[in-house]
Design a protein around this ligand. Structure first.
Ligand SMILES: [Zn+2]
Length: 93
């Protein structure tokens, strides 16, 4: 219920990206744009979300080397966690 309120009813900024950056018009809920139809479409198409993902990916993987390092670190973490968990699960795998 909280989620529905947050997405469709809570007062929020439109946030659609235009030439002047994020739109600051009031909107109802984070999933709905402001009165501008184009902004509604933009939000429905998830452009904002996609851009966030791209930014997140750029932060995590700025270039190939860092990506490999990050992946290596994650793998090391995972294998470490697996090794730590193995006695608990009986080492069946
Ligand atoms: Zn807008």
């Amino acid at each position: 219920m909280c989620t529905i309120y947050f997405f469709f009813l809570a007062p929020a900024w439109c946030g659609a990206l235009g030439r002047d950056g994020a739109c600051r018009n009031n909107s109802k809920g984070v999933m709905m744009g402001c009165h501008l139809r184009q902004h509604k479409w933009q939000k429905l198409q998830g452009v904002v979300v996609k851009k966030r993902w791209r930014e997140l990916r750029r932060e995590l993987f700025p270039n190939a080397t860092t990506a490999l390092t990050t992946m290596g670190g994650m793998l090391a973490l995972l294998s470490g966690a697996a090794a730590a968990l193995q006695p608990i699960f009986g080492g069946g795998w």
